[in-house]
Design a protein around this ligand. Sequence first.
Ligand SMILES: Cc1cc2nc3c(=O)[nH]c(=O)nc-3n(C[C@H](O)[C@H](O)[C@H](O)COP(=O)(O)O)c2cc1C
Length: 389
Amino acid sequence: MVSRRSWLRSAGVAGATAVVLATGVLSYRVFDTAVLDPEGGNAYDPWRTWRSVGGPLGTVAAAILAANPHNTQPWFFHVTDSAIDVYADSARRIGTVDVAGREHHVGLGCAIENLVIAARAKGFVPTVTLLPSGSASDVVDHVAHVALAAGPAERSPLYEAIGSRHSNRGPYRATPVAAGVLSELVDTTGLSGVDIHWITDETAKAALGQLMLDAAHAVVNDQQQSIDGFAWFRSNDDAIQQHRDGLTLDEQGLSPLMLTAGKLLPASTRSAGDTFWVDQTRNVHIRTAAAYGVVTVADSADVETQLTGGRLLQRLHLTASSRGVALQHMNQITERIDREQATGAPATFAPRFAELLPAGVRPLVAFRVGYPARAARPSPRRALAAVTR
Ligand SMILES: Cc1cc2nc3c(=O)[nH]c(=O)nc-3n(C[C@H](O)[C@H](O)[C@H](O)COP(=O)(O)O)c2cc1C
């Protein structure tokens, strides 16, 4: 028989061991997920150094900070004294999540727009030629040639916003964004065949929100889309610093308490990540959207249109940042439209989205805007040396 005193002693030892072990595990997760210094390390350096990079390379330092799908950064650049050539890195596509490559090309368009804005600020007159080598299919290699002639240095508010623009997935405040502010966010100068359709009416917003939620469910219930999306999730600081790409917990717009708790818990599984995303879509993204915007085009499968749509999207996102308006890209509907088309499944999402848009236009990409309840955090970026050839 174990005496009461020896039982108490062993219980005390076991308890102390559990505390030490738990403390060890927690300290490890604190370290592992960079709880205390979330924007530290080389993976976030490009946000700190982009302004100081001189000459043509400085335009690339700005280009790599652009919005891009799943933070795949699907690009590389050839830099000379008089031009930048922009190439698609097709190894960085998101598989079945973006089966037709529309987001891939829109993201490349976003990078081209940052490049052009930075070129003007650095004393160049940029001339953009999209698809200089033509495009035979949806797999395009050489997406743009940007000639750089000498000119006056013109620093615009959009240039100033390049380093502070981040996707904001957190809650937005109840304050509406006035119609006048929304229209000032749109500048299609020099970009043909692309426009923005705003959805602000409560009935249409509710219908689009429901469609987004249904599409989120459809994505997570499609095993291959779920797998292909999760492949870009970086769950600890080692992975972030090693890959310097992908999505992180820091960018999910959580409160400081939830973020810390999320980082201390064991790394997320794919199914937990899927559940989290659907819940956030329902309870935060669609519930707090002040308005939705849709980039509309005549032909959403046309690569040049996709690149131009990306330029408009990045311009709009920078203008929004410069005016304190938050933006989150939300593309699960078009991801399902393309997936249904690729698999030959009946089109369920395309007709429902078309009902919410003017006749004759197609949706390219979509997003929500609003005044943010909390600031967004930066996402990792690969080094200039890794993306220049
Ligand atoms: C074409 C495109 C599609 C995107 N789709 C989504 C999306 O569906 N959901 C989302 O939360 N973010 C989406 N994003 C935002 C990216 O994940 C984000 O730009 C990337 O992770 C880099 O982060 P940053 O914008 O904060 O620099 C998209 C961005 C682009 C350009």
